[in-house]
Design a protein around this ligand. Structure first.
Ligand code: GLN
Length: 307
């Protein structure tokens, strides 16, 4: 039997973590994110019967940032044979910051996993090679998954990312030097920033990732991934979804999840529910400080964990 929280419980979670606001630091690598109001906390849950409930600022849109890496890997899995993907990116936790070049160099151009920037850029390169209009296709996928046709990518954020893209460009060129990047770097970076800059709220995101809690079947009943692919995706999220904070996240929360520097975190309990939390202030690993605390409190209150 599936187990989902009551609305009152989500409200208690938000009240419990609200005192943490002010203890983290909003992402400041681009001006468009540095100016965000930090005093926000929202949570939404979609259960596998398709019902969504939320508390706090759960209807306020934010920049999904690295959460887009879940959707881009999913899209790649629908377009390529497994081997075409895993010959170009690994499946191991990184133990380095999300934008590190170190391991790309040490591993001869093979990124450790698809959720650090290096791996996500290889996936973006794969999408660029296979799709005529990858930006449009990604937006269409996410609009369909969340049943929200009005979703857009924020041009101001995407332009700001592009204006400060030296690190990501360096990662892409390093991989190109090892023969693991095929398309024009600039073109792929623009697509990647477009994906990162998509604006969604917690309700949209909890609906969009329902397939990860439901053996690959989406909110509208269509199948996006096979049950095996979904299990594999959740395994990668559980081992690499929160960068260098993934061990602590497993210890405190116990759900496969993915964070973004916009302050969002998505997480699932397979068979039960999909969750999204949002609070813009980050901890030292670049993960939402109050967001992790909210997921920890939710799991504790519900007595749930995948472990
Ligand atoms: N746009 C950011 C980057 O590529 C995304 C990073 C993140 O959310 N961790 O640097």
């Amino acid at each position: 039997m599936e187990l989902v929280p009551e609305l009152a419980l989500l409200e208690q979670v938000v009240d419990k973590v609200r005192p943490l606001l002010g203890q983290g630091k909003v992402a400041d690598y681009i001006p468009a994110l540095a100016n965000i109001n930090p005093n926000k906390i929202g949570i939404a849950v979609t259960s596998i019967d398709g019902t969504t409930i939320g508390a706090g600022d759960y209807l306020e849109p934010f920049s999904i940032q690295s959460i887009c890496k879940v959707f881009s890997l999913t899209l790649a899995l629908t377009l390529y044979e497994e081997q075409d993907i895993w010959s170009r990116v690994g499946k191991e936790p990184s133990g380095q910051s999300f934008n590190s070049l170190v391991q790309v160099e040490l591993e001869h151009g093979l990124p450790r996993n698809p959720f650090i920037n290096a791996g996500a850029l290889v996936i973006a390169d794969l999408l660029q090679a296979r799709l005529g209009a990858p930006k449009h296709r990604m937006l269409e996928l996410i609009r369909g998954l969340s049943a929200n046709p009005s979703l857009i990518s924020d041009k101001v954020v995407a332009t700001s990312e592009y204006d400060h893209s030296a690190r990501n460009a360096a990662i892409a060129y390093l991989m190109k030097s090892f023969g693991n990047f095929n398309n024009d770097v600039d073109t792929v970076l623009q697509s990647y920033f477009h994906y990162c800059s998509i604006r969604m709220n917690c309700a949209d995101l909890s609906k969009a990732i329902l397939y990860l809690a439901n053996k690959g079947t989406c909110l509208d009943g269509s199948r996006l991934l096979s049950p095996v692919q979904t299990r594999q995706m959740n395994a990668l999220l559980a081992t690499s979804g929160l960068y260098d904070g993934v061990g602590e996240f497993a210890y405190r929360v116990g759900m496969p999840g993915k964070s973004g520097v916009g302050g969002g975190i998505i997480a699932v309990i397979p068979g039960d529910m999909a969750v999204c939390v949002w609070s813009p202030e980050l901890d030292s690993n670049g993960n939402s400080l109050a967001g992790i605390a909210a997921l920890e409190d939710l799991c504790q209150k519900m007595g749930r964990s995948i472990f």
